[in-house]
Design a protein around this ligand. Structure first.
Ligand SMILES: [Zn+2]
Ligand SMILES: [Zn+2]
Length: 243
């Protein structure tokens, strides 16, 4: 299994979990043609697409995906905001209700995002083990340590030291987003011996460099864990076992 990044910022988010015979897309904030290209045009392998919330950088191109026949799953509020589309496989899912999308077992859970209904997803697959996806969050309200998560795809948006809370755009840009410090706290709280990779996503302008993020995170995870920052075209192996 590999995770491929198509976009990961306020300009547009899109990720593909590519298993041997099936693909799960996360978010539809990137044009569908970019997804097609990223998965080498293996469109028939796409089993579905999960959307976290209704902001444009995660949802903008949802109609393209639905029109292409991709089943899309999100929370009720986000689905309502898009409205009815005839013939589309557009599903609202509930917190903690297990859904099966091909061989992917998915559990949605709520994460606070400055009042916007927002889902994180715990995703499980035979080839991958468990991956926790959380973006645009203030904090992770649950503990998943007992779930022995192998992989995290998790927002680290900015560094607290670079933030001027008195700037007029502070609320708009950063409230509801996780700092690097918050992200590190979430990894610490949910770390287990099975941890294999941490991919930090949705990096914003209030940060020095991906390299700094990676170094800081690796102080917590140790060198045996693969730590990366999500940038377009990044491909990360996300298998259950190291061999
Ligand atoms: Zn966002
Ligand atoms: Zn958002």
């Amino acid at each position: 299994m590999v995770l491929k990044v198509i976009g990961s910022s306020s300009k547009g988010n899109g990720y593909a979990l590519i298993a041997e015979n099936e693909i799960l897309i996360l978010e539809c904030g990137c044009p569908f043609k970019e997804i097609k290209k990223a998965i080498d045009w293996q469109i028939l392998k796409i089993k579905g697409c999960l959307v976290s919330h209704g902001h444009q950088d995660h949802l903008k191109y949802v109609r393209e995906y639905l029109k292409a026949g991709i089943p899309v799953y999100t929370n009720e509020e986000t689905k309502q905001a898009v409205g009815a589309i005839t013939g589309a496989q557009f599903y609202s899912v509930s917190e903690f209700k297990v859904i099966h999308i091909g061989g992917f077992k998915v559990i949605p859970f709520c994460v606070p995002h400055n009042g916007t209904p927002n889902f994180g997803y715990l995703i499980e697959h035979n080839e991958m083990g468990r991956l926790l996806f959380a973006t645009d969050y203030e904090y992770i309200p649950y503990n998943f340590q007992k779930q022995h998560i192998q992989h995290f795809l998790i927002e680290a948006n900015y560094q607290e030291q670079f933030i001027d809370k008195y700037l007029p755009n502070y609320e708009h840009k950063l409230l509801g987003h996780a700092s690097l410090e918050t992200c590190i706290g979430a990894i610490k709280a949910n770390q287990s011996p099975d941890l294999r990779s941490v991919i930090m996503c949705h990096l914003g302008a209030g940060s020095s460099s991906g390299k700094y993020f990676i170094n800081e995170m690796q102080k917590v995870t140790g060198r045996n864990v693969n730590v990366a920052c999500a940038v377009p075209e990044l491909v990360v192996e996300v298998n259950k076992e190291p061999f």
